[in-house]
Structure formats: C-alpha cells, structure tokens
Design a protein. Structure first.
Ligand SMILES: CC(C)(COP(=O)(O)OP(=O)(O)OC[C@H]1O[C@@H](n2cnc3c(N)ncnc32)[C@H](O)[C@@H]1OP(=O)(O)O)[C@@H](O)C(=O)NCCC(=O)NCCS
Length: 215
C-alpha cells in the first residue's frame, strides 16, 4: 500500500503481521524494555520494515536508535520515516542525496472521534471536509486530514527540531489522492512553506506520505 503513494526514489517496506522480537539489535532492546506488548510489537516490526527498506537502497542492517522527541536516528546519508497502526506497520527511506525528508503515516480508516476534529482542524478545514464528504461519504476525510498532518510533522521535525502545532499547517485534500499542506510557521531549515503529499485508502487503512526532494 505505502509504495503506491511514494516516488520511485523512496524505498519502502510494510507488514500486516509482526516480526520476531529477536530481530532487534541489542542497542534497540532497552528502548522497549518496559513497554507493553502492543508497543513492543509495533516497535519491533517498524524497525524490521525499516531495515528491509534500507536494504533496498543498499544500506546494510544496523540499529536504528530513538533520537530527540522520538524521531528515529537513520544511518548517515539516509532520511526516512516509520509508522504503525492496528494491523499495519511501514517504513520509507531515501538517500539524503535525493531527499531532504520523508514522512509517512498510517491510520485505521475510521472517522476521528467528534471531540478530536476541532483540535486538529480549523473551521476552514472542517468546511472543506464537509464538501469532500458530500462528494464521497464512504471516505473518512477527517482521518485523512489527521494523517496528513502527522506526515507533515514527520517531515518538519527532523529538519527543524521544533514542535509544530496542528493549527500551524493548513491541509487541502484533493479527492484524487493528493494533498497540500501550507505551513503558517516558517523555518529556514525546511526551505519551503508548502509540502505536497499523497494519500491512499485500502482494506480498512489510510496511509499518507510526503517526500521532499532535494532541489
Ligand atoms: C510523533 C507523531 C507524529 C507520531 O505519529 P502517530 O500517528 O502517533 O504514530 P505513528 O505510528 O504513525 O508513528 C510513530 C513513529 O513516528 C516516529 N516519530 C516519533 N517521533 C517523531 C518525530 N519527532 N519526528 C519524526 N518521526 C517521529 C517514530 O519512528 C515512531 O515509531 P517508533 O517509536 O516505533 O520508532 C505523533 O505522535 C505526534 O506527536 N503528533 C503531534 C505533532 C503533530 O502531529 N503536529 C501536527 C503538525 S501539522
């Protein structure tokens, strides 16, 4: 699913099941030593997918530590992103020669809880979601918007090392499978105020992606 929404210069791997825990590197084991079973499984399989994806760009298997604010620490010369949700795990990586950042996010294809929507979307975004819903009520547009903003953060943070609030990106979803995110917060490290992404809905899941090419 995830490869459908990534450009050819981004390698990816995904899993609908879980990898064995002994696939972790010794350096990674302390990161989940006290975690509950669900968290252990998503972490292990996220790392497993990451190593598969890295192998596809010729990077040998190695540990992927957890860095500042939870961001994965990729091998030198690589950018990438990991996501997991119930029944799905994925990773996407690219050479830093080709990409400045990659962000991916997966979610269960279900409506956001009503109380969550106003905390992640502006009144203007909510109005746009209603119009999309009028055109196709089978798609959970609010969940796509949420996922798109998570992908925005996964591109934003590794470049800027700064928090970005949900109100600081305005996401405009195109029903044909793309979206744009206009950033109200600027940062020279990002070098742009508009991020272009893609989305897909398949088998009860939503995935979004943003791949920021190196100019
Ligand atoms: C970090 C965050 C984006 C993760 O998204 P999520 O939907 O909760 O969870 P996902 O399973 O999709 O992604 C988790 C993975 O994201 C990665 N991640 C965590 N923090 C990260 C960060 N600061 N930067 C980049 N990637 C990060 C990790 O690889 C993590 O998996 P791991 O802990 O097993 O390595 C989310 O929890 C969060 O903090 N969001 C608030 C910030 C935000 O989205 N702002 C909106 C801007 S418009």
């Amino acid at each position: 699913m995830i490869n459908e929404i990534l450009p050819p210069w981004v390698a990816s791997a995904e899993s609908f099941g879980d990898a064995p825990e002994d696939s972790l590197f010794p350096e990674e084991r302390p990161l989940i030593a006290r975690a509950v079973d669900r968290r252990r499984r998503e972490f292990v399989t996220g790392r497993h997918c990451a190593r598969l994806a890295l192998g596809r760009i010729g990077v040998p298997p190695g540990p992927i530590p957890r860095g500042e604010r939870g961001a994965p620490v990729w091998p030198a010369g690589v950018v990438g992103s990991i996501t997991h949700c119930a029944g799905y795990r994925a990773a996407a990586v690219a050479s830093a020669d080709e990409a400045r950042a990659v962000g991916i996010d997966a979610e269960t294809h279900a409506p956001l809880p009503a109380e969550v929507l106003p905390t992640v979307a502006s009144p203007g975004e909510i109005a746009a979601l209603r119009a999309l819903d009028d055109a196709d009520a089978k798609i959970c547009w609010d969940r796509i918007l949420f996922s798109a903003k998570e992908s925005v953060y996964k591109v934003w943070f590794p470049l800027t090392r700064r928090w970005l609030d949900f109100s600081e990106a305005v996401v405009d979803i195109d029903a044909s499978g793309s979206f744009s995110a206009r950033l109200l917060a600027g940062d020279p490290a990002l070098g742009t105020r508009v991020l272009s992404g893609r989305w897909v809905v398949s088998d009860g899941l939503i995935a979004t992606s943003i791949a920021l090419p190196r100019p």
